[in-house]
Structures are given as C-alpha cells and as structure tokens.
Ligand binder design. Structure first.
Ligand code: HAM
Length: 434
C-alpha cells in the first residue's frame, strides 16, 4: 500500500525545532504584554463573504488562493453556505470586534493572535499552504485615539523591539503611505490613465491588473516591467494634507524612538483594506545576516485599515496591525545561527619566533581596536602548527617575522582565495576587512 504523506505545502513540526517555535511565541507574548496587548482567538474558518468583502475580490488571496467549499446544510431547513479557511486574520478580528460590540467600551482594543493561516500558493522555502502568523491589531472608535500616528509608530517600535529581543540581525523596515479612501481613487484613476498607453508592453498580469486593480501593478516583480513601473505616478503626490501630515507624524515619532526605516513609494501591499501607513520588515536573503529565504524575504507586513470595519458593516473603527510570518522568522533565526556558528575570525597573527611575540600582540591590539576579531599564535609554534591553527580559526593569517616588523610590510595568507600577498601595515586593517 502506498504510504500517506502530509499534503503538499503543509509540514510537520517536530522536536527539537518545536522548542524554537515555543521560544518565539513566548517572546512575542512577553513583548506584546508590555505594550498592553491581550490575546484573541478567532475561528480557523469563516464565511467566504468576510474575506471577499474585507480583503478584496481582486486580490491574489481572494481570487486564487483561498480554500473555499460549499458547506452543506445538515437538514432541509439548514441552508448551506460558502466557507473559507482563513487566509489571514485581520478580517476575522475586525468581524469579532463588530460582533462583540467591542466599540462600546470606547477604549482602544489591542489584540494579538498566533495561529495557522491557509493560502493555496506555490510552495517553496518560506512559502507554505498552511503557515503560521503572529499578528496584532489596534483598533477602536476615533475618540479612543485609534487613528493617531502615535499608534502606527508604537506598533513599529514594538516590532523592532521584538525582532531585536529574538536576536534577528539585519532587519529593515520599509514604509509607505497609501493615503485615505478619498486619495486612493484619485491615484488609481491617474495610474489607470498612465498605464493605458504603456500596458500593452507589460506582462499579462499587469495588463489584466491595469484594468481591474491598477495598484497591484506596483507589486509586479517581472524584470522587464520595472522601468515602466518606476515611471508611473507616485502615490505620495496624491495624498491630501491630512494623510501627508499623518505620515510625517509617523516618521518623526519613529525618528524620536530611533527606529530606522526607508520609504518605498511602491509599497502598496496585496490586500485592499489598507489606508495611509503600510509597512514591511525584510531580512537580507544572503550574507552574514542572511535568512536563506530567497525572494520570500518579507518577514512581516502590515498597515492601517481605517475603513475596514465599515466595509464589513460595522461602526467606524480605524485600526492598524501587522502579521509576522512565523515560519519565515524561524527559518531566519536558524540561518543566522548557522552563519554565526560558521563565522571565522578576521585574522590569525603568527609570530615567527619568541622574539616577535610582543610585536604580534601589539599588532593584534591595533587591529582589534579597529573592530576586527583577531587571535594571536605563539612564537614557539612551528610554521606548520601556526598554519593549521590559523586555517581552522580565521579567514587569513598574518605573519610577523623580524623582516615584517622592520619593513612594516606584512605577509598575509588568504585561506579562502588561497593566495599570499604583501600588505603595508597602514593598509592591513582595511585589507582584512575586505
Ligand atoms: P500579508 O503580507 O499577506 O499580510 O502576510 C503577512 C506575513 O505572513 C508575510 O509578510 C509573510 O511573512 C507571511 N506569509 C504570507 N503568506 C505566507 C505563506 N504562504 N507562507 C509563509 N508565510 C507567509 C497579512 O496577512 C495582513 N493580515 C497583515 C495585517 C495585519 N495587516 C494589518 N493587520
């Protein structure tokens, strides 16, 4: 009999890896508690209409990635209905906010969730059909301050703190403002107009989106379309004064908290409910802080959704939130830990003869002061022993013999390149850094 396997795009999480998942979740709970968030758990499936109305019919998620089925009624009187496994949790949280009349307290609601989401995407590293999100939403009536730029900055600062506490290295925050519900139609009209004469040269997806949802054209990754997209009108030029002010306040609050960011005018994100601030945190795909995630390097995304509650038939309830891809966060932590374990010292300094020990130590002191990581051998070591130790510990070896000390020209052996060069002492730190 054929053995049964987990469904494509889903996976089992086993010990010891599950310990890391628990650590990440415990850290999220601890950090979010300090910012006054409480936990919400909403059902794994909802009516299809919730996502169609909340996330948007034309988005990739709703138009092609949802697990939807007709749920049969159990009795004649019991009507069947279309249900969907949640592809994201913001719509569910806002539905719960409306259903439980959380607006009646007049207080700001700060809710977080941890749980699986489902999207029928093409599986690859960092992209699964069942994946986990750690997310949070801040919403409430306008008089609770839910629309304040302070909330945007607070959420972003919390995310920076969370990633730093977990030890994620090299993360980058990218920000944009997509304007209010009145700015967007103007921008979309301008985009449509600008796309009309050029869209025939663009990819098939862009041609379709130019008609149905021109904002999505900005997400296109097709290399041949990038120059055309860069020439399209920018949303920043269509923001009304209130949205411009709001965005300026978010940025200055982030500056005040020391959270670094870059603004990317193309960051409109793939869900229709966003207004004003949108953001993503990415990690480099490769290098020392590399995530190994390739193109799936968005660790998390989010933004403001001031009109979502009304779109779902609720009261006005501006809000902002985010969702972290927990699978991607874990992959990044693992990749970065591996890179750190493999990391070699910048140099091994090998004194040739006991008489050079002091000179070697002085050279090490000089290099360490510039921030380089250096180990020193010993003048009693035979050259072979120095070589072996250096090869094990460091990327390069620097020989310190009598000649080197008097001439100030040092011999550097590069183990990766397999070559030996002469470097002036004044250029040594720079050469070792390369
Ligand atoms: P999203 O950008 O669709 O936003 O997803 C957020 C994060 O979930 C992504 O940055 C990524 O890390 C992770 N993710 C998405 N799809 C997959 C997948 N197939 N496999 C693995 N990870 C994935 C939202 O879901 C919004 N609800 C975020 C939000 C909350 N906006 C406001 N509040």
């Amino acid at each position: 009999m054929a053995t049964l396997k987990a469904v494509r795009g889903t996976r089992d999480l086993l010990p010891p890896e599950t310990a890391l998942w628990n650590h990440v979740e415990a850290t999220a709970r601890a950090v979010f508690a300090r910012y006054a968030f409480g936990e919400i758990r909403t059902p794994l499936f909802e009516t299809t209409e919730l996502f169609a109305r909340g996330v948007g019919e034309e988005t990739d998620i709703v138009s092609k990635e949802m697990y939807t089925w007709e749920d049969r009624g159990r009795a004649e009187s019991d009507k069947g209905q279309s249900l969907t496994l949640r592809p994201e949790n913001t719509a569910g949280v806002v539905r719960a906010y409306i259903e439980h009349r959380l607006d009646e307290s007049g207080m700001l609601q700060k809710l977080f969730y941890i749980g699986p989401q489902f999207r029928r995407e093409r599986p690859q590293r960092g992209r699964y059909r069942q994946f986990w999100q750690i997310g949070a939403e801040v919403l409430g009536p306008a008089w609770s301050g839910a629309d304040s730029a302070l909330r945007d900055a607070e959420v972003l600062e919390m995310l920076a703190t969370f990633l730093n506490e977990l030890g994620i290295r090299g993360w980058q925050l990218t920000l944009n403002s997509v304007g209010s519900s009145t700015d967007r139609p103007k921008y979309i009209a301008a985009l449509r107009e600008a796309l009309a004469p050029v869209k025939t040269h663009m990819c098939e997806n862009c041609q379709r989106r130019a008609e149905t949802n021109p904002l999505r054209v900005l997400d296109c990754k097709e290399p041949g379309d990038q120059a055309t997209i860069d020439d399209l009108p920018k949303i920043a030029d269509f923001l009304d004064e209130a949205s411009r002010d709001h965005f300026a306040q978010v940025k200055s609050a982030l500056d005040a908290c020391g959270v670094a960011y870059t603004v990317n005018p193309r960051l409109v994100r793939g869900l229709d409910y966003y207004t004003r601030t949108t953001f993503e945190f990415t990690v480099p795909a490769s290098g020392e802080a590399g995530s190994g995630l390739g193109t799936q390097n968005a660790l998390l995304g989010g933004g403001r959704y001031d009109g979502l509650s009304e779109m779902l038939g609720g009261p006005k309830a501006p809000g902002i939130g985010f969702a972290i891809g927990e699978d991607r966060l874990i992959l990044t932590l693992q990749a970065q830990a591996e890179a750190a374990a493999e990391k070699k010292l910048d140099a091994f300094i090998a004194p040739i003869g006991l008489a050079q020990n002091a000179a070697a130590l002085v050279l090490a002191q000089e290099l360490r002061r510039t921030g380089l990581a250096v180990e020193v051998g010993d003048g009693t070591f035979r050259l072979k022993k120095s070589f072996e130790a250096a090869d094990k510990l460091a990327r390069r070896m620097v020989l310190v013999g009598e000649d080197e000390v008097t001439s100030g020209i040092l011999t550097v052996k590069d183990f990766t390149a397999g070559e030996q060069t002469k470097v002036a002492r004044s250029d040594l730190a720079e050469a070792l850094r390369r």
